[in-house]
Design a protein around this ligand. Structure first.
Ligand code: CA
Length: 228
């Protein structure tokens, strides 16, 4: 940007001054726009994630906040759930060190959004039951290339694994796509944090390079715990 403006420099000093001003003004507006749209802390690539209204597991006062942006149809999300999440829950969530949240980034087909709507409906009915859904859907994940997360599948899954949830209400919510706008709002939130793949994990607002590398994740969490 600066180079572009430099090219315009002519020998007349007033024009140079004007150019410098334009560059400063331009950079200023650019920086303001960036921080407004992304909630970016320019210093360390850290983002201020808005967890409000999202399902969360563990102590609300835990010193470390971890969030997964996930798609229920994504095989790597299942791999994350089956390996890293289980270990994380045991080592950090159940011990009060980490609060874990889940935010939809459902983009792998129409039924990804349907599954997202089911998750939101169950969460609205019973926030704790959401985590049973999170467990059940990854345990019973179908082929990514096929449409399997249909209303029928999701209602059956719920009846079987989460009997405390009202399956009639879930059925109504799925038919009317009651929480579609919430799922799409989550997707937009993900994009505002430059999330472009799933699962994407942030530890206290810092994006994790490889979400399936538990040792690296552990190091990041321990470093954050050291700061407290
Ligand atoms: Ca949500």
């Amino acid at each position: 940007m600066a180079n572009k403006h430099k090219k315009k420099k002519v020998s007349i000093s007033t024009i140079t001054m004007v150019t410098v001003l334009v560059v400063f003004l331009g950079l200023g507006i650019f920086a303001i726009t960036q921080s407004m749209t992304q909630g970016n802390d320019q210093a360390g690539g850290k983002v201020n994630i808005n967890y409000a209204g999202q399902p969360s597991l563990g102590d609300a006062n835990a010193p470390v906040k971890l969030v997964e942006f996930g798609d229920y149809k994504c095989p790597s999300c299942k791999a994350f759930h089956d390996t890293v999440f289980k270990q994380l829950k045991q080592d950090y969530i159940d011990t009060g060190k980490v609060q874990f949240s889940f935010i939809n980034y459902q983009f792998l087909g129409e039924d990804s959004v349907t599954a997202g709507i089911a998750g939101e409906s169950i969460f609205k009915q019973n926030p704790q039951a959401f985590w049973k859904f999170y467990e059940a859907i990854y345990e019973n994940q179908g082929n990514e290339a096929e449409k399997w997360a249909t209303p029928e599948f999701l209602i059956d899954l719920t009846k079987k694994h989460i009997p405390e949830v009202n399956a009639e209400q879930l059925s109504k919510d799925l038919n009317s796509k009651a929480y579609e706008k919430d799922v799409l709002a989550d997707n937009r939130l993900a994009e505002s944090y430059q999330v472009d793949s799933v699962p994407t994990i942030f530890v206290n607002g810092v994006k994790v390079e490889n979400s399936l590398d538990y040792d690296a994740l552990k190091k990041m969490i321990d470093a954050e715990l050291q700061k407290k």
